[in-house]
Design a protein around this ligand. Structure first.
Ligand SMILES: *[C@@H]1O[C@H](CO)[C@@H](O)[C@H](O)[C@H]1NC(C)=O
Ligand SMILES: *[C@@H]1O[C@H](CO)[C@@H](O)[C@H](O)[C@H]1NC(C)=O
Ligand SMILES: *[C@@H]1O[C@H](CO)[C@@H](O)[C@H](O)[C@H]1NC(C)=O
Ligand SMILES: *[C@@H]1O[C@H](CO)[C@@H](O)[C@H](O)[C@H]1NC(C)=O
Ligand SMILES: *[C@@H]1O[C@H](CO)[C@@H](O)[C@H](O)[C@H]1NC(C)=O
Length: 455
């Protein structure tokens, strides 16, 4: 119930809801969140299950994306439901008809199961619309007042059909080309705002969790540049998840961090959690609005691979030390794990190379990591102290991978708390191995399950 409310309303009504009924949820310790500073009432202090006044239940977001297309091998019943309080089902996709969004056949089967499991575990179930290959027709759907009204109806129809608690818009990207054949308009971002406002005005829409997955820079405005004031979006969205990954990859000039925590200390500033949070808050998307934080940090449960020669990869003065930002052979993209995309044709009909993506489990599977998530025998490892992310290297196969491990997840968890962010969103939750990453960020944030008593 709590999570269905827009955040401003929630801030006002929170105590009544909390005191009204017993409620179990994940919380960080009270003093770990910025929001706790502004709570005034309250006699208890801790995280004990009987304090009865823990109004921080709605504050922390422990979220991840569930990739619906992988449901056959990884059914919703196998999710670690008790370690999240929100899960986001990816993806429903836009179509050329504003009255229809699509779900692939596996997702159609899995989504009702996903929602049933979520309800059984008190986890907020969000359906994400869009994604890299599903954003083709957002621009059309938002383009006119008539289309926006029709799309509001389409979205509410989805909510009713699948009984989800919320909708995420993963539009990649408003006013900026993504995969290559999306419809795009310079008015996309302002149309998007008008659409969200209209959705919020609907009595059902007002009760939904509304979220957006966003890039490290704010939405592009009519000038073609990132908008300098996105504060109006903060009034209609419950949270944004910043997709702080794919910052470096096969398209980059050298090897670099997939998901850097920081880049102000790096040789090249290509973006990071630090700079992204700064960019969004500077544009008026508050990290802390009416007691509640609206920014969730997207975390990568995967890495990008590069072909790097021994002489480029390894320090000449210390054969045990890997170099940072080495040159790589772009013409020889290594294959990733067994779920990696093959070379082929994308949704636009353009040819695409092999992805080179290793899920975290894929690094275990591929012999880079032990089952404890540490570097395996014969694998070189370095932890970059600026990006606070690790790299592994197999000197025999010449494959280097920039990825995230328990250490980097813990660093990001501390950052989330120190900035007073709302929480985390893992792309994607099936990438983990034995919950090593999830447990690391949760422990660093002090997340645990508590129950409040009824009044
Ligand atoms: C879900 O919430 C209800 C009502 O607040 C509570 O009775 C129940 O124990 C919770 N279930 C779980 C699994 O936490
Ligand atoms: C469920 O998850 C565990 C690990 O979390 C995995 O070993 C097992 O294969 C999964 N089962 C199914 C049916 O996906
Ligand atoms: C409105 O939506 C329809 C699809 O239902 C689309 O054909 C049309 O181009 C859209 N209008 C604009 C201006 O994009
Ligand atoms: C990022 O790097 C800058 C420059 O070295 C440093 O001052 C800052 O504390 C770092 N931030 C984090 C969160 O590591
Ligand atoms: C990172 O910092 C640790 C601890 O200060 C240090 O041992 C390590 O050599 C540093 N790594 C790099 C790549 O600078």
């Amino acid at each position: 119930m709590l999570s269905f409310l827009p955040s401003a309303l929630l801030a006002l009504t929170l105590p009544q809801f909390i005191f009204g009924q017993p409620k179990c949820g994940l919380v960080p310790p009270r003093d770990a969140t910025a929001s706790s500073k502004s709570t005034s009432s309250g006699t208890g202090t801790g995280t004990s299950s009987s304090s009865g006044d823990d109004d921080s239940i709605a504050d922390v977001l422990a979220n991840g994306w569930y990739p619906g297309w992988l449901a056959d091998d990884n059914p919703p019943s196998n999710i670690s439901w008790n370690k999240y309080n929100t899960l986001t089902f990816a993806f429903a996709t836009t179509t050329s008809d504003v009255n229809t969004v699509a779900l692939d056949s596996i997702s159609q089967q899995a989504l009702p199961q996903f929602v049933t499991e979520a309800q059984a575990h008190n986890v907020t179930a969000i359906l994400s619309i869009g994604g890299w290959s599903g954003s083709m027709y957002f621009s059309n759907a938002m383009a006119t007042a008539q289309n926006r009204s029709a799309f509001v109806k389409t979205v509410l129809g989805l909510v009713e059909k699948y009984d989800v608690n919320g909708i995420e818009f993963d539009w990649e990207y408003p006013a900026k080309q993504g995969i290559g054949c999306n419809t795009v308009s310079t008015s996309d971002s302002e149309n998007f705002l008008s659409f969200l406002q209209e959705l919020r005005e609907d009595p059902t829409g007002a009760q939904l969790v509304l979220a957006a997955a966003v890039s490290i820079a704010p939405w592009v405005g009519s000038s073609g540049e990132p908008m300098t004031d996105v504060s109006a979006f903060a009034k209609v969205l419950d949270h944004i998840s910043i997709m702080n990954y794919d910052i470096w990859g096969s398209w980059s000039p050298t090897v670099g961090p997939n998901a850097p925590l920081n880049d102000s200390c790096a040789p090249i500033q290509d973006g990071s959690a630090v700079s992204a949070v700064k960019a969004w808050t500077s544009a008026g998307f508050p990290a802390d609005q009416v007691c509640l934080d609206l920014i969730s940090l997207g975390l990568a449960a995967y890495g990008h691979s590069f072909d790097v020669s021994n002489s480029n990869a390894i320090s000449s003065s210390n054969p045990k030390e890997l170099k940072l930002y080495p040159a790589f052979n772009a013409g020889d993209q290594p294959h990733g794990d067994s779920q990696d995309g093959q070379a082929g044709t994308d949704e636009c009909g353009n040819s695409t190379p092999v992805g080179g993506i290793f899920n975290f489990w894929g690094l275990v599977d591929g012999g880079f990591l032990t089952t404890a998530g540490t570097a395996a025998n014969g694998i070189d490892y370095i932890f970059d102290n600026c990006s606070q992310t690790p790299f592994v290297y197999n000197p025999t196969s010449d494959v280097m991978v920039s990825f995230d491990d328990a250490t980097s997840y813990a660093a990001k968890g501390k950052f989330i708390n120190s900035m007073g962010l709302k929480g985390f969103s893992v792309w994607h939750i099936l990438g983990d191995y034995d919950d090593i990453l999830l447990d690391a960020v949760s422990a660093a944030m002090g997340i645990e399950t508590v129950c409040t008593s009824s009044s």
